[in-house]
Design a protein around this ligand. Sequence first.
Ligand code: WA2
Length: 269
Amino acid sequence: LRRETMDRAEERLVSMCEERARMLQEQFGVTVNHVHALAILISTFHFEKFPSAIDQGTFAKYTARTSFERPLLNGVAYAQRIFHHEREMFESQQGWIMNTMKREAAPPQDEYAPVIFSQDTVSYLARIDMMSGEEDRENILRARATGKAVLTNPFRLLGSDHLGVVLTFAVYRPGLAADASVEQRVEATAGYLGGAFDVESLVENLLSKLAGNQDIVVNVYDVTNASEPMVMYGPQSPGGKVPLLHVSTLDFGDPFRRHEMRCRYKQKP
Ligand code: WA2
């Protein structure tokens, strides 16, 4: 009889964990696809039209109206690639000086990525050189070299201080071949479009709506480095042996990274 109860409890844990993993992966996927389409929108209406058909006002309006397409992002922003020799001209045209993530005047660098368009929900990103943040900088370099969606490590986001990950797509100048080399991609890079998955609050909100949520503890980990899993969502696990644990694999679309969901019961079943 005891054996049978354990089997049933395990079956229930597996099914709850798989349901949550599939739902989270699905919402990640649709969000990433929509940000990809926004990157193409920028390249079409900002770079293929003279003068540009996008300014801060149209970007804010369009991204607010389409935010339902990106349920796990707290907002999106566009950062323009600026070389050092362009900085003075850029700042005088914009009428503002770029800042670092720490809200200081940006020190001289070879190049910068100041945010020129932002959704109102992340207006605190405006004027910030995104290359001044370590995680964002790594994302920018990897996004433009690959042409793919890239994700950061989990870290504390600006604005909310919530645990999350940043998604970045490079925006290229028109005419880049599909089979372009890394050098050609870097050369043709015009800017970066992205946003933050606020995992701490938006994943919490997603999971809280599911039946059986009170019974289990859910964690999401970045396990890219298998020997050093990084918590992306959920409480730090207490350690020690857990009688029942289920691990569901997650694919968030960045082939460089590995993620997984780990589920266990709150109390012994
Ligand atoms: N977006 C929102 N919150 C953040 C953040 C971010 N980056 N970085 C730290 N907290 C404009 O890669 C380009 C968005 C980065 C895109």
